[in-house]
Design a protein around this ligand. Sequence first.
Ligand SMILES: Nc1nc2c(c(=O)[nH]1)N[C@H]1C(S)=C(S)[C@@H](COP(=O)(O)OP(=O)(O)OC[C@H]3O[C@@H](n4cnc5c(=O)[nH]c(N)nc54)[C@H](O)[C@@H]3O)O[C@H]1N2
Ligand SMILES: Nc1nc2c(c(=O)[nH]1)N[C@H]1C(S)=C(S)[C@@H](COP(=O)(O)OP(=O)(O)OC[C@H]3O[C@@H](n4cnc5c(=O)[nH]c(N)nc54)[C@H](O)[C@@H]3O)O[C@H]1N2
Ligand code: SF4
Ligand SMILES: [Mo]
Length: 656
Amino acid sequence: MPADRIRTTCNRDCPDACGILATVEDGRVVRVQGDPDHPVTRGFLCERTNRDYPARLYDPERLRSPLLRRAGGFVPIDWEEALDRVAERMLTIRAESGGAAIFRYRCGGSLGVLKAVTDAFFDRFGPVSVKGGDICSGAGEAAQELDFGAAEANDLFELRNAAAIVVWGRNLFTSAVHQIPLVREARARGARVALIDLVRHRGADLADLFLQPNPGSDAFLALALSRRLLDRGAWHPDAGAWCAGLEEHRRLVASRTAEDWLAPTGLPAAALDELAGFFAAGPAAEPVSILLGWGLQRRANGGAAVRAIDALAAVTGQIGVAGAGVSFYCGRRSAFTLDFVGPVEPPRRLLEPLLAEELDTAGDPPVRMVWIDAANPVAMLPGSARLAAALRRREFVVVVDSFLTDTAQCADLVLPCATMLEEDDLCGAYGHHWLGLQRAVVPPPEGVRTDLEIVRGLARRVGLAEEFDHPVEEWQRRALSRVAAAGASLAELRARGAVRNPEAERVVFAGRRFRTADGRARLLKEAPSAIPATDEEWPLYLTAVSTPSSQGSQAVFQRRPGPPEARVHPSAAGGLGDGARARVVSPHGELEVVLRHDDRLHPRILRMDKGGWRSAGRAANALIAPRATDLGGGACYYDERVNLVPPAGPDPELPV
Ligand SMILES: Nc1nc2c(c(=O)[nH]1)N[C@H]1C(S)=C(S)[C@@H](COP(=O)(O)OP(=O)(O)OC[C@H]3O[C@@H](n4cnc5c(=O)[nH]c(N)nc54)[C@H](O)[C@@H]3O)O[C@H]1N2
Ligand SMILES: Nc1nc2c(c(=O)[nH]1)N[C@H]1C(S)=C(S)[C@@H](COP(=O)(O)OP(=O)(O)OC[C@H]3O[C@@H](n4cnc5c(=O)[nH]c(N)nc54)[C@H](O)[C@@H]3O)O[C@H]1N2
Ligand code: SF4
Ligand SMILES: [Mo]
């Protein structure tokens, strides 16, 4: 049988939105490879998609029928019955308690923009309660919106114009692989590169300078740097033209010496001087690009950290000119016309990082029903056990997923959905500005439906067919309606796979004109707070971050019984050997782990993989207390303090 190669786009929660060529043989996807014609991702996919994705489609544990909770277990039921039951519950609850009694939650299972049709459906049906804040990038986005009026980034290829690049807390090799060639290219041209991270990961090989500050101290590092540059006369002499509140910010920076600001970072003054060397003085200073990572803003002071870095770029003039800027997030949805969503003010927002408590305490009306799609919050939000319990206390929980995840295990009804290779959609990226067409390379298996089909089925049952019972192509055209005439039409995407967002600027805030009311940047005014300090009882910060081999909780190993691996610097192992069994204990729970020594880590962190399932004894999030960041309703994922202790009993696998 000849093989077909079909072009599509990866919709996983990742900055890259890679161009994919999927090979189909006998109606089955046998291989996915990078599309060499994609201008950014150029024929290369990461291991979690390249190696694992086809197997995900044919995984024997994949759900192929709706499942209804009955007598403590699940029984398969047909789709007609499943959708009838959901519609009936939704109508009853709305009639009795209003739309606010239904809570709808979506996270990063798919970045396909047509997932917004489900948002629109719940808006129109209710409106219902939705999440507030954003555990992923909430603090950083809110900070940049405050400072610059928008969280937007330069075109990725602007790195070619940078004389220096500061990778500030971003792990390119794990989370943004397609930025590596550009950083390499810049270096080959003579640009200097710095990496600021808690881990001397592979990204350090790309860097001339590596700084390993104390966890959660980036705001202080930025202020120390700013003070050093102020002392050297390296603030831009015209900064007042584009910065509002410059004098107040200057007073803040000048309120401590560079050494005093630096103290919480634990770094030597020589390191600060080296970093300061990246920022030369005056209007003719060479451009510095800051690639701002996500990790440093998932902290109690994460918003302040991003604001301090934004201010540093603003006062030195390192923004709004070619090759400079603080790039955090590309507006991945901005090209799309999603006018079918809202503007509807939801009756209530439940703060995402505190979801369990919010579900339990919301009153008038209480939350009776929960609908979750494209998310596994029990594994992925802090406070796993509490969230599982809060879900089980609801009257009716529906989870739409392809697997019986930790979250689906808390459902009353599970609806099996298609994967990204089985449905049509559109994608934007948050690491570059190309739009991609996502295609159903193969149809979903028998018994499985796409999210859009599920919404259409429900819409027919609740009197919203006219608005929602439309084919996918119609939604695609609608989403592209504004940019189609400028070259990003459906036909163009079908022909080329990826098209640059015609509205995206190459240099964001060009001419240092910001999207704030008066066009000027806003600068941090108050000293940042410190994150909770470690002490003898709780000596380490649990740092469960992305791992190259898993997208969130989706890799097979994440659901296999633990113990998971935990890594610490050898000096932090408390006498426990490399390979030993141990327990990680927090004030909120404990987890058995296999310990690994790793001298690349900051001695005050304990590194684990994010995404382990609670039901497999792997969930780092079971140890983390729900806490919100200072801005934007993010989650303080990496502030939880833990202790590493010997295992509870004798280890059966080791000689006692
Ligand atoms: N392989 C893989 N890639 C992914 C994902 C995945 O699950 N697996 N998830 C995706 C998601 S959801 C997102 S939002 C994106 C980006 O999400 P992340 O994968 O979280 O992105 P990074 O920006 O690399 O941020 C993590 C880095 O921040 C560092 N860090 C943590 N705390 C601090 C701190 O206080 N200071 C400093 N300087 N550094 C700190 C960590 O050591 C780590 O290197 O990645 C996506 N990419
Ligand atoms: N400890 C710790 N926890 C973290 C993080 C961390 O760094 N440390 N990072 C956080 C971040 S940045 C994020 S964004 C979140 C991610 O949190 P989630 O988005 O909840 O994480 P995933 O594990 O990717 O779960 C997505 C689920 O959606 C399903 N899915 C995939 N495609 C579709 C689809 O098209 N339709 C439907 N209905 N379902 C689909 C998948 O099977 C999967 O079960 O995790 C957060 N959790
Ligand atoms: S997960 Fe990210 S890097 Fe991997 S194939 Fe998808 S878009 Fe590309
Ligand atoms: Mo994320």
